[in-house]
Design a protein. Sequence first.
Length: 211
Amino acid sequence: MNHITLFGASYSVYVRIVRLVLEELGIRYDLAEIDIFSKNGVPPEYLKRHPFGRIPAFEHDGFHLFETDAIVFYIVERFGGEALLPADVAERARMRQIMRIIDNYGYRALVWGIYVEETERDRAGRLEQDELERASMCLGVLEDLTGPLFLVGAHLSLADLWVLPMLSYLKLAPSGAAMLRNQPKLSGWLDRMHDRPSVHATRFLAERAAS
């Protein structure tokens, strides 16, 4: 049996990363919606799956995991998803570098620092210069690393699936959209990615509302 359940919210960038991997590999799964930001807080029963109360969590035929990295690499190795890992050692290292850039610097600066502040906290046009600079620096680094077709090499990799959810939210914010227009390679990559069936199937509610 290969029954997979992913626990988390469809609005989450990290839940979407796992969904993108599953979609790209053609693996069927159920999404059990867990809203950790609900007024009642994290559901107590969910803490048995993720003791730190974050999302996502994952179950495959009774095997439980949490943390996006662990989940994704389990899926790749368990279900033959090696095509998402560059064969070249240098390209594989670059893939991991981009993944860690977006985790350690991009997520906070781009999603929380720009998208959430402008679209959910009504700060459009009122962000501080340092907020804009942090996001712009992150985009500039990614722009320099972006290849002609994908972020790394000539084929889709985990780097693309890690960055896509973050930039999809960023593009919905006025300042974010303006920043992306100044990064032609990154913007072209994002446009191409949005044509992929996996990306369309996992769109955020905010993306659907904006289309």
